[in-house]
Structure formats: structure tokens, C-alpha cells
Ligand binder design. Structure first.
Ligand SMILES: *Cc1c(COP(=O)(O)O)cnc(C)c1O
Length: 402
């Protein structure tokens, strides 16, 4: 490896060079029409993205966080409700739950896929909740509050086990909102329906983020809610636009949470390349798998469930002495990331929820060993080889495996 080799963790510039003239013309036509908010670009994108996600409808919003919050509110989550999610996620998942007025409750993740473990969900629903005999509502015994929704996260681009989650949600009458912010185009094979289903088409609604680093990223902020439910769509569209259906006639108090027209135009250009970009990420993941196969005793490679087609938003290994390894890789010119160093239940803002270390051992184990290797659609095979060689050179090969 040469000293000068620099391999960034993510490269957003490559896709912009590839699409420069198309992206610039989006900006030019926005300047010429001065249609910056709403209009045909936003509606066009919503239609195309709904279709892409095999969903009936889509509403563009200003971020993935707003998408989650609006989806929860539009699904009828009330202040004081309990909403179940996972502790291994970006904090936006729980921010949205809290900001919708609910309380986040966690179940641990599956040790292979790092997504919500339906077995743990079942235990929580069966043992810690009771059905109120009068209302039929599911009540959490300890908090004496209704449990009304579950938010599985398709973490790192790998879909959660949706058959099992949807089955439990149906049995206990819970709304399922998918956090698909890392999973644009990911697929899940539903045994129940005997077909592949796209992320964003399985829950009553799903939230997507178009933060620049996501597989489909805007040149700024953006997000979307997908749903098959027309009433839910209508509510999201009101929430994103100050609660109005007609200008200055407000049915409820909403938010300023719209997707702007320039971002929508940019997203339309990029959406037509997304399948190809996702295919290249899957190819890059396969290559890492081969290159790192000899180190399987020391590091844990990401696993794809049989029922899943991950889009590898991130390629996350578990490694011993992760922090030191990260530092040394940086010195060798290899950029890496940690997703996420502290699980949400141990983050400062949630201290009041009363969780402690040891409550979710799988999420905690992943948080302390996870290392995200360089991964993006324009990652070159040569660079992957350098990453693998650096890892091989730096890993204490006699270290205990994790
Ligand atoms: C990025 C992300 C979000 C939030 O999206 P923003 O557009 O940054 O608000 C929510 N959940 C997960 C899992 C994410 O990765």
C-alpha cells in the first residue's frame, strides 16, 4: 500500500460529477420558474418514489425525522402512548416518537441481522402488557399506558423480519411504521405472501430520509412518507404544511415540514440510478466478504438473512479493540465510521426512561464493536483490496473473536 492512498468512508462527489449537467439543469429550471415549494417537481417525485417502493402513495417532507414523526401522528399515536422500537438505531427514531408525544420502549435486536428481534417483541407484548377488558386496548403493566405502535428499523439497509413483526402487530392491534431511512430499495421475502416486498410497502406507513449520505440522497435535507392508506397520506400532507388543506384554512396545528422543489428535482434524477447504485453496493459487499473471509475467526462480517436483499447502506463488521483499530486505519488512510457508539437507551436524553447497561446486550455488544468500512456506489475494487490488506496488517490475529 502506498502512503498516499486515501480511501474515504463515503464519496458523494463521484455521483455528482456523473450527473452534473442533469443536476445543474434542475437548479436552472427552478430559478427560471421560481417554483421552489411544492409544484410539479415535488408531485412528480412523490409519484415515482411511491412506485419505486411498491407503495400507493408518497408524501415528500423535509427530513427523515419529520417523516417518522408525521407518520406516527397520522397513524393516530396519541400523547402518552407507548411506541416500541430498537435501541440500535440513529437517535432520530426515538426523537420522532418522543416528539409525537409518546414514550419509547425498546426491544433488543437480532444478533445476526441487527434489526428488531421479533422473539423479544413477542416476550414484551405477552409478558409485560395486558389487554384492557373494556377498551380491548393493549396496556403496558408498568406504565399503565396504551401500547399503540411498533417502529422496526431496517438498519444498515437490511430489512427487519417483517412477517413476524406484522403478525404480532396484527394480533396485538399495533400500527407498524417502518423506519426505512437506510433502506431505499431493500427487499424482504414474505413467506406469508410468497413474494419479495420492498422496504416502505409493508407497514401502515414508512419513513425515508434523503440526507445526502443515504443511498438516495438530496443535495440538502429531505424525507418522505410512503403508505397505501389515503387517509394517512392526507394527514401527513396536512402536518407538513401547517395543518392546512387550503391556504390559510387550518384544520389543525401542523409544522413547516415540506420537501422543496429543487431537492425533489434532484431526487428524481438520482432515483433513476438508484437500482444500479444499490446493485454496485451489493457487489462491493460481496467483494468485502471474499476479501475478509480469512479473518472470520477474528472479526464478524455482516450477514444477510435468506429472506433479505440488503442495500448495504453500511458495511458493518464487529472487531475487537475497535477504537484502536479505527485510529490505525485512519493513519493508514482508510476512513471508517461507527454506527452507533452508544445505543439509544444509554444516551443522555433518555436517562429519565430508567434503562441501564445490560438491558439490551445484543445492541450494546454491536455498539461497542461495530466498525463501518468504506461503502458507497462508486467504491473501487482496488480500494477494497487496500482496506482488506490494511485490516489484515493491523488486526491482532490472536485476539479473541467477538
Ligand atoms: C438518517 C436516519 C433518520 C433521520 O433522517 P434525517 O433525514 O436525518 O432526519 C432516521 N432513522 C434512521 C435509521 C436514519 O438512518
Amino acid at each position: 500500500m502506498t502512503q498516499s492512498t486515501k480511501i474515504p468512508f463515503v464519496d458523494l462527489v463521484a455521483q455528482h460529477l456523473e450527473l452534473e449537467s442533469e443536476l445543474v439543469s434542475v437548479f436552472k429550471s427552478a430559478l427560471e420558474s421560481a417554483a421552489f415549494i411544492g409544484g410539479p417537481a415535488v408531485e412528480g417525485f412523490e409519484q415515482e418514489f411511491a412506485e419505486y417502493c411498491q407503495s400507493r402513495f408518497c408524501a415528500g417532507v423535509s427530513s427523515g425525522t419529520d417523516a417518522l414523526r408525521f407518520a406516527l401522528m397520522a397513524a393516530g399515536i396519541q400523547p402518552g402512548d407507548i411506541v416500541i422500537t430498537v435501541p440500535l438505531t440513529f437517535i432520530a427514531t426515538t426523537e420522532a416518537i418522543t416528539q409525537a408525544g409518546a414514550r419509547a420502549e425498546f426491544v433488543d435486536v437480532n444478533p445476526q441481522t441487527y434489526a428488531m428481534d421479533p422473539k423479544k417483541l413477542r416476550v414484551l407484548l405477552e409478558r409485560e402488557c395486558v389487554r384492557d377488558s373494556k377498551s380491548g386496548q393493549l396496556i403496558h403493566r408498568k406504565y399503565q399506558r396504551p401500547v399503540t405502535a411498533v417502529v422496526p428499523v431496517h438498519l444498515y439497509g437490511h430489512p427487519a423480519d417483517m412477517d413476524a413483526i406484522l403478525e404480532l402487530a396484527g394480533r396485538f392491534n399495533l400500527a407498524v411504521i417502518e423506519d426505512a431511512c437506510q433502506a431505499h430499495g431493500a427487499e424482504y421475502f414474505s413467506k406469508k405472501e410468497n413474494r419479495w416486498r420492498r422496504a416502505g410497502s409493508m407497514g401502515i406507513a414508512a419513513a425515508f430520509s434523503f440526507y445526502p449520505g443515504k443511498n438516495l440522497g438530496a443535495c440538502g435535507e429531505g424525507g418522505a412518507v410512503t403508505t397505501d392508506d389515503e387517509d394517512l397520506l392526507r394527514k401527513v400532507k396536512m402536518l407538513r404544511d401547517h395543518g392546512q388543506t387550503k391556504r390559510y384554512y387550518h384544520d389543525l396545528e401542523g409544522y413547516n415540514g415540506r420537501l422543496d422543489a429543487i431537492q425533489a428535482g434532484i431526487l428524481r434524477v438520482k432515483l433513476s440510478h438508484l437500482d444500479e447504485w444499490n446493485r454496485r453496493r451489493r457487489e462491493a459487499a460481496r467483494r468485502y466478504h471474499e476479501l475478509l473471509a480469512s479473518m472470520r475467526d477474528v472479526i464478524t462480517l455482516p450477514m444477510e438473512a435468506e429472506s433479505a436483499k440488503s442495500i448495504y447502506h453500511l458495511y458493518v463488521i464487529l472487531a475487537p479493540e475497535r477504537d484502536r483499530l479505527m485510529e490505525r486505519l485512519a493513519k493508514a488512510g482508510v476512513g471508517t465510521g461507527i454506527h452507533y457508539p452508544i445505543p439509544v437507551h444509554l444516551q443522555a436524553p433518555y436517562r429519565a426512561l430508567g434503562y441501564k447497561e445490560g438491558d439490551f446486550p445484543v445492541a450494546e455488544e454491536v455498539a461497542s464493536h461495530a466498525l463501518s468500512l468504506p461503502m458507497h456506489a462508486h467504491l473501487m475494487a482496488d480500494h477494497q483490496r487496500v482496506v482488506a490488506e490494511s485490516l489484515l496488517a493491523l488486526m491482532p490475529l490472536n485476539a479473541p473473536s467477538v
